[in-house]
Write a protein that binds this ligand. Structure first.
Ligand code: PGA
Length: 249
């Protein structure tokens, strides 16, 4: 399976900063065609990133958030067609910062995922357990619940091209505390078996990315693990050189 390496820029970068970083990434990575490169900038910088990647075969932009409606009185929100109009091919759903800080429920994440797929966006669904849940032996329950609530409604429209999962243990995001290789191996095997259970054979084609304090020096060991089909990178993706080293690891 082709590896996907994704950059989540979160609430960082002006349009000009985003344009410069994206142009540098294009120079460094547009020939690494064996890797699919996704960049999720803030909404304001989507057109800059999409333009920088235009004409490449392996690089695309995505939105960090979406609202599950075509249009309407939803102040501050953005629709799938607006994201596509701004140059996004992908969208993130279920990121733990949105589940925790913005209080997004399992049901809401599911609606965003379903609606976005129905509107032709590709979805990178983030799942992951907190430290309390892991320590309480809840890993399987949490991952199963997050996957089933997001996929329950329309599994048949999902395939290896329009959908991917990012497994991100909450305690490893932005903390510098990366999960150990055996922990990642175990969690990804679990996600794979859940995907097979929910989606039958299609579950084999869905890429499972690891995220949480990925850096240039740990990327290749993580990416070499079974069932790790790519990486989702936050902090270390803000600098083009650092992210490029992760992509080519
Ligand atoms: P991090 O963030 O790489 O800074 O830990 C990952 C993410 O939030 O997707």
């Amino acid at each position: 399976m082709e590896k996907i390496v994704a950059a989540n820029w979160k609430m960082f970068k002006t349009r000009e900063e985003a344009r410069k970083t994206a142009m540098k990434l294009r120079d460094l990575l547009s020939r690494s065609v064996e890797r699919r490169v996704l960049v999720f900038p803030p909404f304001t910088a989507l057109p800059e990133v999409a333009q920088a990647f235009a004409g490449t075969v392996n690089m695309a932009a995505g939105g960090q958030n979406v609202y599950p409606a075509q249009e309407g009185a939803f102040t501050g929100e953005i629709s799938p067609s607006m994201l596509r109009d701004a140059g996004a091919l992908w969208v993130l759903t279920g990121h733990s910062e949105r589940r925790q800080i913005m209080g997004e429920s399992l049901d809401f994440v599911g609606r965003k995922t379903t609606f976005s797929l129905g509107q032709g966006l590709h979805v990178l669904l983030c799942i992951g357990e907190s430290l309390v849940e892991r320590d309480g032996g809840q890993l399987e329950r949490v991952l199963s619940e997050q996957l089933r609530s997001a996929l329950g409604d329309l599994p048949c429209t999902v395939n290896g091209n329009n959908f991917a999962i990012a497994y991100e243990p909450v305690w490893a995001i932005g903390t510098g505390k990366v999960a150990t290789l055996p922990e990642i191996l175990e969690a990804h095997a679990l996600v794979r078996s859940l995907l097979l259970d929910i989606l039958a054979e299609t579950g084999r084609d869905i890429a499972i990315l690891y995220g949480g304090s990925v850096k240039p020096d740990n990327a290749s060991a993580i990416m070499a693990l079974d069932n790790v089909d790519g990486l989702l990178v936050g902090g270390a993706s803000l600098q083009a050189e650092s992210f490029a080293r992760i992509v080519t690891a």
